[in-house]
Design a protein around this ligand. Structure first.
Ligand SMILES: NC(=O)c1ccc[n+]([C@@H]2O[C@H](COP(=O)([O-])OP(=O)(O)OC[C@H]3O[C@@H](n4cnc5c(N)ncnc54)[C@H](O)[C@@H]3O)[C@@H](O)[C@H]2O)c1
Length: 263
């Protein structure tokens, strides 16, 4: 009988793995990256602003973890191809990819301008599509398996008022993730979606008016927002090939019960 720590290590250790966290400069994916580093992975925080990555990297390094920042525009093929090449040059491999760059906007439906629609779809959907295509191709061709985790949203499951384009983009992310899970299961590349409920962060703080907060709390059995660190459990479950080895095409909802709320 192994000790509890040896047992947990066999289930959740990411030692020797390299994780590329696109959107890792942000609040949720930054916390997820910190969790991956805590489990032993070398993490690459990807975003457009190195300053935003610095405090997170300082915490990761102070805790004995490994990680660095790389800049990339998540919605364009060229920068993502360069990102993959740069990570391979520096770290030698990629095992885990998180596609989490995302933007949001609350505009009444009849007032949504075409360029706002295009911008949200380009970053939230095309970005995930390209991340899956470029890193998925590498993982499939390498033949050693891997894990792709896409950031969906509650609004991709149940359409939420005021965020029409965002909701449509996230519903498409959920669909794409399942489709790729089916496609790549024989190659041992697992594709899953983490579905956060409500977590105040840069991209949605401006949308959280007092009325909307009251409405969210009234619909959340736990009566509070999530904290970014509460996404780490789902992330570790999906990332490695231990505890989550048979999980693909799944949506793990982390929402304080929002999705289960009826009356
Ligand atoms: N916060 C929530 O309540 C919530 C709920 C459901 C889903 N999500 C999703 O989780 C993910 C992370 O969101 P967050 O709340 O941490 O937001 P955030 O704004 O803190 O993080 C998003 C990060 O993505 C980066 N980014 C945006 N566009 C980019 C681009 N084109 N190229 C490269 N980087 C880009 C931003 O700079 C930022 O660092 C998003 O996909 C979001 O839609 C968040």
């Amino acid at each position: 009988m192994s000790t509890p720590s040896a047992y947990l290590t066999s289930l959740f250790s990411l030692t020797g793995k390299v994780a590329v966290v696109i959107g890792g400069t942000g609040e949720l994916c930054g916390a997820m990256a910190e969790g991956l580093a805590g489990a032993g992975a070398e993490v690459v925080l990807v975003g457009r602003n190195e300053e935003k990555a610095k405090p997170r990297l300082e915490r990761i390094h102070a805790a004995g973890g490994k990680g660095y920042f790389l800049s990339a525009e998540a919605s364009e093929k060229g920068p993502l191809e360069k990102l993959l090449a740069d990570v391979l040059a520096r770290s030698g491999r990629v095992d885990i990819v998180i596609n989490g760059a995302g933007v949001n906007s609350a505009t009444p439906f009849l007032e949504i301008a075409e360029d706002e629609f295009d911008r949200i779809i380009r970053i939230n959907l095309k970005g995930v599509f390209l991340g899956c295509q470029i890193f998925g191709k590498y993982l499939v061709e390498r033949g050693e398996g891997g894990s792709i985790i896409n950031l969906g949203s509650m609004s991709g499951l149940v359409p939420l008022s005021r965020v029409f384009t965002y909701s449509a983009s996230k519903a498409a992310v959920h669909n794409l993730s399942k489709n790729l899970a089916r496609e790549w299961a024989p190659k041992r590349v697992r594709v899953n979606t983490i579905v956060p409920g409500f977590f105040p962060a840069e991209q949605n703080r401006k949308i959280l008016s007092p009325e909307r907060v009251a409405s969210i709390m009234g619909h959340t059995p736990m009566k509070r927002f999530g904290e970014a660190r509460e996404l780490v459990g789902a992330t570790l479950l999906l990332a490695g090939d231990g505890a989550g080895s048979f999980i693909t095409g799944s949506e793990i909802v982390v929402d304080g019960g929002y999705h289960a709320m009826t009356i």
